[in-house]
Design a binder for this molecule. Structure first.
Ligand SMILES: [Zn+2]
Length: 200
């Protein structure tokens, strides 16, 4: 007899068969009350007719990650004006790691940048900077804020030679050409990106 795989997805508690006809295999459980074998995960059911075994093969689809309100997101600045900037959201910081998302659109208005007075966004950001920001709504495009502690620029490169800037004595400095730049630097500058690199 052939093995039988159904393309239809089953979900936790979906009944698969009566217990008399098959044995419960991987990712299933027996519902004693009704004498049924039920799925315990999301996946595709698999009937092994020779072994009289039923199991569920997990779908390997990655969970779709979408920022919600108050999510901490990672964005790359695409465009700057005096009073707002546009960023492409590429990740979400969750459970001590950056999870890739999107891409989604993010808008950071000058009123949401800092608790302190900001004259122009050109003084604090540059195109290409990677920022850590908080979402203020739960749909795309996202309104962003960098007011909370720890948010701001987390990676930036030299405007003259392109080298990654280092944070030294309150300033971003280019180790190659020694130029310095002013930014709204996050306390997580550089380190958070390196943490991501270490994760597979
Ligand atoms: Zn440089």
């Amino acid at each position: 007899m052939e093995n039988n795989v159904k393309d239809k997805l089953v979900y936790p508690s979906t009944p698969l068969n009566v217990i008399e006809e098959f044995f419960p295999g991987e990712n299933t459980y027996v519902d004693d009350e009704k004498g049924l074998i039920r799925a315990s995960i999301v996946g595709k059911p698999f009937w092994d007719n020779a072994a009289r075994l039923i199991k569920v093969v997990p779908t390997r689809k990655r969970r779709y990650v979408v920022p919600r309100e108050n999510s901490v997101v990672v964005g790359v600045i695409q465009n700057i004006r005096t009073d707002f900037l546009l960023a492409t959201i590429i990740g979400m910081y969750d459970n001590k790691k950056i999870i890739p998302t999107g891409p989604f659109a993010g808008v950071l208005h000058i009123s949401q940048v800092s608790q302190e007075y900001v004259k122009s966004l050109y003084d604090l950001f540059a195109v290409g900077d990677v920022i850590l920001a908080k979402t203020m709504n739960n749909y795309n495009p996202y309104n962003l804020s960098t007011k909370a502690p720890g948010l701001g620029v987390i990676l930036s490169s030299c405007g003259y030679c392109g080298h990654v800037l280092l944070f030294r004595e309150g300033k971003l400095v280019c180790p190659r050409c020694k130029s310095s730049f002013s930014r709204l630097v996050s306390k997580n500058y550089y380190n958070i990106m390196m943490q991501k690199e270490l994760k597979p």
